[in-house]
Design a protein around this ligand. Structure first.
Ligand SMILES: [Zn+2]
Length: 317
């Protein structure tokens, strides 16, 4: 798009780094990107959409130019045991980067997950979604940078609905659940509390630290226990007594029975999101692999100007 230029970075050996920057007017914003080495061009800001490892906050959090929600910053600190050195905001507030006002929106993917929005000097509206579960709060834009975790139109596993009925049925039967410590675990606890359960929930140490800190739970959370339901990282499910266990996931390659509970939009949701946001151009930047390319291809067939990160030809060292 005129005046809006995506750029990637190559490392010293010529390989692409986990990097995307958007150049506009006299500014450079990096998106879910590892921190640039000292001798490289430095962005005005590192926008961190959320604290999942494949969005590189572990690295960007060490820069004073990083920008993340207060919850994302805290989750990064707990996950990586290092200090977040950037600036924070409350999701829904704006944050100023030089003369650019960056607006923030909730995407419902994790606690604190954020979409970023700003306008260029000539009024082009840019929206960066990060990973999305709920697009209802997102504004319309001209240039959309989005994910495609379940963006393959030809893969049946990219079409799904959350199976809340099975989750609650399992919970009533006394089951324990495997859920990733950041994101899914808090969602599971919220669902369990939503039906009025006020008793203890057992968790492994990282899930416990993240959930206590991010949810301000007034109801009891405890260590893994045979006397209450547990929500633990999938690899710790073996430590939970008993046999009534499920993994909460959108994937189907797991070692316990799975209950489909995803933190992402499925393919149909992604398409509805694009329709609602009605951009003039789409860049799909995440995840690595084929799905970004396949969704871009599909959007083009639908008459929308679209590309994926692999199509970005501008780069710097
Ligand atoms: Zn994520």
């Amino acid at each position: 798009m005129e005046g809006v230029e995506p750029i990637r970075r190559k490392n010293g050996r010529g390989y692409m780094s986990p990097h995307l920057s958007i150049k506009f007017d006299s500014h450079l914003f990096s998106i879910d990107t590892s921190k640039s080495p000292k001798n490289c061009i430095q962005p005005d800001a590192y926008l961190i959409t959320h604290a999942h490892s494949d969005h590189y906050g572990k690295s960007a959090m060490l820069s004073s130019s990083s920008i993340a929600s207060a919850e994302t910053a805290r989750a990064l600190e707990i996950r990586y045991n290092r200090k977040y050195r950037g600036r924070t905001f409350a999701v829904g507030e704006s944050i100023q980067v030089g003369e650019v006002e960056v607006k923030t929106f909730n995407t419902g993917h994790t606690i604190g997950s954020t979409a970023f929005y700003w306008e260029t000097e000539v009024g082009a509206r840019i929206l960066i979604t990060g990973d999305v579960k709920d697009y209802s709060a997102l504004p319309k834009c001209d240039f959309l940078v989005m994910e495609a975790n379940y963006g393959d139109p030809w893969d049946a596993s990219c079409i799904f609905e959350d199976d809340l009925a099975s989750f609650y049925e399992a919970f009533e039967s006394g089951a324990s659940f495997g859920a990733y410590a950041f994101g899914k675990a808090q969602r599971a606890v919220a669902l369990i509390r939503a039906i009025g359960y006020q008793g203890e929930i057992g968790m492994d140490s990282q899930s416990l630290a993240l959930t206590r800190e991010l949810m301000n739970e007034s109801e009891p959370l405890t260590e893994i226990s045979g006397n209450c339901p547990n929500v633990v990282s999938p690899w710790n499910l073996g430590q939970v007594p008993g046999f009534n266990k499920f993994i909460l996931t959108g994937r189907n390659d797991v070692t316990y029975p799975a209950i489909r509970l995803s933190d992402h939009l499925d393919f149909r949701g992604l398409m509805h999101m694009v329709e609602r946001i009605s951009p003039r151009e789409v860049l799909i930047y995440h995840p690595e692999g084929n799905r970004a390319r396949l969704l871009a291809h599909h959007l083009k067939q639908c008459g929308i100007e679209a590309s994926s990160l692999g199509d970005v030809e501008n780069f710097f060292l």
